[in-house]
Write a protein that binds this ligand. Structure first.
Ligand code: GLY
Length: 410
C-alpha cells in the first residue's frame, strides 16, 4: 500500500465552495447529447465508429488501436478496445428515453460482441472488461438479454486466460509469452475488473473475483506511488511473481503522471471497493483524486499528463476529466464525512460545467461527437485534440449520474 502520501490533506480553494450555477444546465446538456446520438444511430448500428475522430468527425472503425488501419478490414468492424463505449452510449440513451429504436440497435451490437468472443476476434487483451461491461453486461442488466449474458460470461472466462497466478495480476497486452509484454499490468485494467467481479456474482465461482481482487491489491501496492501519483504500467517477474519496475507507454515520462491513467485509478479503485467492501480501495481513490484535482488548470479540465499545466502549450485531455468526474460521483456515494462529500461533489459539478461550456459539441453541426479536445496517444500524434469514444461515453455517464440515481453498468 502506498504510504507517506503527501497530498492527502491539500484542498483546492475552487472546490471548497458550492457551485453557483443552476444544475438544470445538465438537463440541457443531456438534450443536446440525445439529439446528437439520434443523428448517429442509423450510421452506427451495424457498423462501429472509430476510436477517435478526424477533424472532430467519427468515421467507421477500421482498426482498434493506434496503428494504421488495415485495408483488409471491413468498415465499421468490431475490433479494438473502444467499440463497447458506443454500445454503452446507446444503453444510456435507452435508459433516458425508452426509445425502442435503441433496443434494436443494442441487440444488433450485442450479437456482434457475441460473435466476436465466440470467434475470438481481437480478444487477446485485458480490454475485454471495457468492451463487455458497457455493451453486454449493461444490456443484460437493462433488458435481461440472455445472449448478452452468455457473451459477457465468455468474455470474463477469456479474460481469465490473461491472469498470471504467481504475480496475482492480469497481463495487459500481447501474447502471454511475448518477452516485451510478459508480466505487464497497467492502471487502465482496474476498469476491466468489474467484468470479473460480475462473473463471480452470476456464476457463484469465486475464481474471477479472487483474480480481480488480487490484481487491484497489486495495483494499489505497486502502481500507486508514495506521492499519490501513478505509473501507467508495471512489470512483474512471471516465474517468481516478484515486482520489477514501473514505466509508461502513453504518459509523458516514466516518472510523470499520465492524466488518463490517474483518472482510471480514481474510478477503478472505487469500483473494486463496490465489489469487495475493502476500504483501502476507497482511501486510495481519494488519494488519487486529491492529486488529480490539485493539478487542475484555470478551466478545471486537465492536460493530458498531469506534469503539464497552463502555459505548457500541451493539449488538454477532456476524456480524463470526464472519467474522473464519474469516479468522484461514485466515490461520494460511499463517504460519510460531510465536508469530504461536499468537496468532491463540488469538484465533479464544476468540472462538468466546464466540460459542457467549453468542450461539448452541443449543437455544432460540424461534429458528430459529444466531447471535443481529447488526447488518445500524444507520442504517436494519434487522436490529439480530437474527440474519442470513451470521452463521449464518460461525459454521458457523468451527466446521467448528475441527473438521476443511476445503477452502474460496471
Ligand atoms: N486504455 C487505453 C487508453 O486509455 O488510452
Amino acid at each position: 500500500m502506498a504510504c507517506n502520501v503527501i497530498n492527502e490533506g491539500m484542498k483546492m480553494a475552487v472546490f471548497e465552495s458550492k457551485p453557483d450555477f443552476d444544475p438544470g444546465i445538465f438537463q440541457r446538456a443531456l438534450k443536446d447529447v440525445i439529439k446528437k446520438v439520434n443523428g448517429n444511430l442509423e450510421l452506427f448500428t451495424d457498423k462501429f465508429p472509430a476510436s477517435s475522430t478526424i477533424g472532430n468527425v467519427y468515421e467507421f472503425n477500421k482498426h482498434g488501436n493506434t496503428r494504421d488501419a488495415n485495408p483488409e478490414n471491413n468498415e465499421g468492424i468490431n475490433i479494438g478496445w473502444t467499440t463497447g463505449f458506443w454500445t454503452g452510449i446507446l444503453n444510456l440513451i435507452y435508459e433516458h428515453t425508452g426509445d425502442e429504436r435503441y433496443i434494436k440497435a443494442i441487440e444488433t451490437q450485442v450479437n456482434s460482441f457475441k460473435d466476436r468472443i465466440e470467434k475470438e476476434i481481437d480478444c487477446n487483451t485485458h480490454d475485454l472488461g471495457f468492451l463487455y461491461s458497457l455493451s453486454c453486461v449493461a444490456a443484460y442488466r437493462l433488458t435481461g438479454n440472455e445472449a448478452a449474458k452468455t457473451a459477457a460470461l465468455a468474455a470474463a472466462k477469456h479474460l481469465m486466460s490473461r491472469y498470471v497466478e504467481v504475480a496475482g495480476i492480469l497481463q495487459a497486452w500481447g501474447d502471454m509469452n511475448d518477452p516485451s509484454e510478459r508480466g505487464r499490468m497497467i492502471i487502465d485494467s482496474l476498469m476491466n475488473l468489474p467484468l470479473l467481479y460480475w462473473a463471480s456474482e452470476i456464476t457463484g465461482d469465486s475464481l474471477y473475483k479472487n483474480a480481480a481482487d488480487n490484481h487491484a491489491q497489486k495495483a494499489l501496492k505497486y502502481i500507486v506511488r508514495d506521492d499519490g501519483t501513478t505509473y501507467h504500467t508495471y512489470f512483474f517477474d512471471t516465474y517468481t511473481g516478484d515486482p520489477k519496475n514501473g514505466n509508461t507507454l502513453q504518459g509523458h515520462a516514466d516518472d510523470s503522471c499520465w492524466a488518463r491513467g490517474q483518472a482510471w485509478g480514481i474510478y477503478g479503485f472505487v469500483l473494486s471497493y463496490l465489489y469487495t467492501n475493502d476500504s483501502r480501495f476507497l482511501e486510495i481513490s481519494k488519494v488519487l483524486a486529491n492529486y488529480f484535482l490539485n493539478r487542475s488548470p484555470e478551466d478545471l479540465v486537465v492536460y493530458w499528463d498531469l506534469d503539464f499545466t497552463d502555459g505548457s502549450g500541451e493539449p488538454k485531455d477532456s476524456s480524463s476529466s470526464a472519467i474522473a468526474v464519474c469516479g468522484l460521483l461514485e466515490l461520494v456515494k460511499h463517504l460519510s464525512e460531510e465536508g469530504e462529500k461536499q468537496y468532491y461533489t463540488n469538484a465533479a459539478m464544476k468540472i462538468m460545467k466546464s466540460l459542457y461550456d467549453r468542450y461539448s459539441t452541443r449543437n455544432d453541426e460540424g461534429s458528430n461527437a459529444l466531447l471535443l479536445h481529447g488526447v488518445y496517444f500524444r507520442k504517436y500524434n494519434h487522436g490529439v485534440d480530437e474527440a474519442n469514444l470513451w470521452g463521449d461515453y464518460f461525459y454521458l455517464e457523468a451527466l446521467t449520474r448528475l441527473i438521476k440515481n443511476w445503477n452502474p453498468y460496471w
